[in-house]
Design a protein around this ligand. Sequence first.
Ligand SMILES: Cc1cc2nc3c(=O)[nH]c(=O)nc-3n(C[C@H](O)[C@H](O)[C@H](O)COP(=O)(O)O)c2cc1C
Length: 122
Amino acid sequence: MFYEELERFMSKFGKEEAGSAPWTLEIQRQAPVLIIVWNAGEYGWVTEEHSVAAAMQNILLRAYDLGLASLWIGDVFYADEAIVKYFNKEWKLSGAIALGYSDDKGRIPPRKPVDEVAEFLE
Ligand SMILES: Cc1cc2nc3c(=O)[nH]c(=O)nc-3n(C[C@H](O)[C@H](O)[C@H](O)COP(=O)(O)O)c2cc1C
């Protein structure tokens, strides 16, 4: 489903518009487990998306503890409608998480110094 939807998206909007989605899909296809993450929107609060993001982060941290590799997947936009239809949910699709075993030692992206990403007021 993901592959067909991405092909459809790229033929309509062009490869550029797909951004990192082809790369993400490649990892997704190699991973033995894909968790689809939903926001059930129980109360309709904006903060529900915060809770979903925190839950995703917790899954990634636990996966790391267990020696698993993981990928937080935001690249689901091109298949949004198809996924919702497939699972037949009333919920909002938040993203996905791929889980598996790393095939290399992993690359840690360079970190920006804290002063670059935060402003401290006195
Ligand atoms: C909200 C969010 C969505 C992401 N979506 C994707 C994705 O769709 N594809 C991908 O390859 N990486 C995705 N990533 C992973 C990032 O590209 C990056 O590898 C990861 O966050 C580790 O870097 P960091 O520790 O600096 O955040 C996502 C990360 C976040 C936080």
